[in-house]
Design a protein around this ligand. Structure first.
Ligand code: S3P
Length: 166
């Protein structure tokens, strides 16, 4: 079903390693609008996320994130949010006015994707991922216009399904 809201910004939410960045980029290319990854914007403006967490703490990271996300949600673009951005009440209010695609994923599929060690919240590996996802799952569900599970299909097939939905 088509969203009963303007199509843009078209926003991807979901847990870490669900494929938000890669699917968002593919969808933006197909729809011919800019792609904004809020984590990448934070890195460009403020440096590596791991360093921000280590040097200034998560609260500081969330404050930077809130600003970057608020700006991104005013753009005619496809926007992929960091997994924890949806916890902010102002961001939640903004998202109520956006088309929101929730990308869900199983722990099994994530186990294959995780790597690189750039995510400070995942020092405990998959157990941390599960705990954090379980806390946030109701928020993702409440904000979603539609959900796609990314566990069993290649990311380009999911991107096609999202485009078909729009
Ligand atoms: C976070 C997710 C990360 C990044 C930061 C914190 C989270 O984004 O914003 O490491 O709290 O879930 P991805 O969802 O793109 O990994």
């Amino acid at each position: 079903q088509h969203p009963a809201k303007p199509l843009f910004p078209l926003v991807f939410i979901g847990p870490m390693a669900a494929g938000k960045t890669r699917i968002g980029r593919l969808v933006a290319r197909t729809l011919d609008v800019p792609f904004v990854d809020t984590d990448a914007r934070i890195v460009a403006d403020h440096g590596a996320i791991k360093e921000i967490f280590e040097q200034h703490g998560e609260e500081h990271f969330r404050a930077l994130e809130r600003e970057v996300v608020a700006q991104a949600l005013t753009e005619k673009a496809v926007v992929s949010l960091g997994g924890g951005a949806v916890l902010d009440p102002d961001t939640q209010a903004d998202l109520a006015r956006c088309s929101v695609v929730y990308l869900s994923v199983s722990a099994q599929a994530v186990r294959r994707r995780l790597g690189g060690g750039k995510r400070p919240l995942l020092r405990g590996g998959i157990a941390d991922w599960k705990r954090i996802y379980n806390q946030r799952r109701p928020t993702y569900e409440a904000l979603a216009s539609i959900r796609f599970d990314t566990s069993h299909r290649p990311l380009d097939a999911i991107a096609d399904a999202v485009v078909t939905w729009t």
